[in-house]
Design a protein around this ligand. Structure first.
Ligand SMILES: [Zn+2]
Ligand SMILES: [Zn+2]
Length: 388
């Protein structure tokens, strides 16, 4: 093994206990997107103590940060996510991502100067918010500008080097009608809940006429105030997804007509907010993904042949937007959670097991070793440095 890899491993091993306790601490105090005050502060403290130069509140976002170590010309970004989900805590395992990315940064920083690398750990808040999320805003405001490539590793039920990541858009729908006594004067009311029912019925029918790869899913966030008042204000939050941003545009137009149908039939007024800064599909850098997989395999990780599941299990992340701007990878690290899967409370519980702690360590080391490889391999290094 090259001495740089060995040095990175020794550095990570010395930080192992702190990283596991950081992961558990973030897990025990779940914070929603853009409110990750504690997680962000704890990560900044950890990186600062490891010798990183830490910029808090990066890109004008209170819970974002950018931490740098090393002075090499090749700038490699490692994205840390740390937001949780409403009601079910760290059911996507972002506590593991946070500690894993900090660990990868700390291990790579140990050898950054000899490799000619600057290691940049980016604290990217609010991955779960579905629109105008942390990475999207940070990209827009230049926080990723100096980077030649970016990486992160996401916990999942099983290992995957290139998980399917599709485009997504989240938006809020509101209907404005008119109140009336639901029994005595119903003819004076405009029923905003009926508008929502018609929209949902239309969406159900639309599902026959969309691509198999499209998805439409939502929740009612307000359904009315009392059964004896005609509901005048209702709302829903929806996410639509497609294989890529172009197909998402087509789906958006069809979905919009379903919501318009609700307004037309009831005479209520439709308002749609959000959906303006969607998540892009992921363009995996296959060269970097292969480097990552080799390093993870060297640690004993097994990448199963997922067969048709590989395309079926498609999710979305703002790492997709990063991948449209530069070479990027987003492999999955398995935490042996089945039958529990992401966004279930049982997965929350699986994110602090000894298996999850080991995945944290392996994911961090595989990223650090990948940085050693991509910096030392002349053709990869040149490709990243000379990318236009
Ligand atoms: Zn998630
Ligand atoms: Zn996630």
């Amino acid at each position: 093994m090259p001495t740089a890899k060995q040095a990175a491993q020794e550095r990570l091993e010395s930080a192992r206990g702190d990283l596991v306790s950081l992961s558990h601490r973030i897990h025990s105090r779940p914070e929603l997107g853009f409110e990750e005050e504690h997680a962000s502060a704890w990560l900044c403290e950890t990186l600062d103590a490891a010798g990183f130069e830490v910029e808090k509140g990066a890109a004008g976002l209170a819970t974002a940060f950018v931490a740098r170590a090393g002075n090499g010309p090749l700038h490699i970004g490692i994205c840390a996510e740390y937001d949780s989900l409403p009601g079910i805590g760290h059911a996507c395992g972002h506590n593991l991502i946070a500690a894993m990315s900090a660990g990868a940064g700390i291990a790579a920083a140990r050898v950054a100067d000899e490799l000619g690398v600057t290691v940049v750990v980016l604290g990217t808040p609010a991955e779960e918010v579905g629109n105008a999320s942390g990475k999207i805003v940070m990209l827009e405001r230049g926080a990723f500008d100096c980077l030649h490539a970016s990486m992160m590793v996401h916990p999942a039920p099983f290992e995957a080097a290139t998980m399917k990541i599709i485009a997504a858009s989240m938006f809020d729908v509101c209907y404005h009608g008119k109140e009336a006594h639901a029994s005595a004067f119903p003819e004076l009311g405009i029923n905003a809940a009926d508008a929502l029912t018609i929209a949902q019925t239309s969406l159900g029918l639309l599902r026959q006429h969309i691509r198999q790869t499209d998805r439409i899913h939502g929740i009612v966030t307000k359904g009315g105030d009392a059964p004896n008042i005609v509901p005048a204000h209702t709302s829903a939050r929806y996410i639509i997804r497609s294989d890529n941003l172009e197909e998402l545009q087509e789906l958006r137009a069809k979905v919009r007509r379903c919501f318009e149908a609700g307004a037309l039939a009831t005479g209520s007024k439709l308002e749609i907010q959000g959906g303006d800064q969607p998540y892009a599909h992921m363009h995996h850098d296959l060269g970097l993904a292969a480097i990552y997989q080799r390093n993870a395999e060297a640690l004993g990780r097994k990448f199963p042949d997922l067969g048709p599941l590989r395309d079926r299990v498609a999710a979305s992340t703002d790492m997709g937007n990063v991948s449209q701007a530069m070479p990027a990878i987003h492999p999955a690290v398995g935490i042996d959670s089945l039958p529990a899967v992401n966004h279930q409370p049982e997965f929350t519980a699986a994110c602090i097991t000894p298996t999850a702690d080991q995945a944290l360590f392996d994911g961090a080391l595989a990223m650090a070793w990948s940085i050693v490889d991509l910096a030392s391999d002349a053709s990869t290094r040149t490709r990243l440095l000379t990318r236009s």
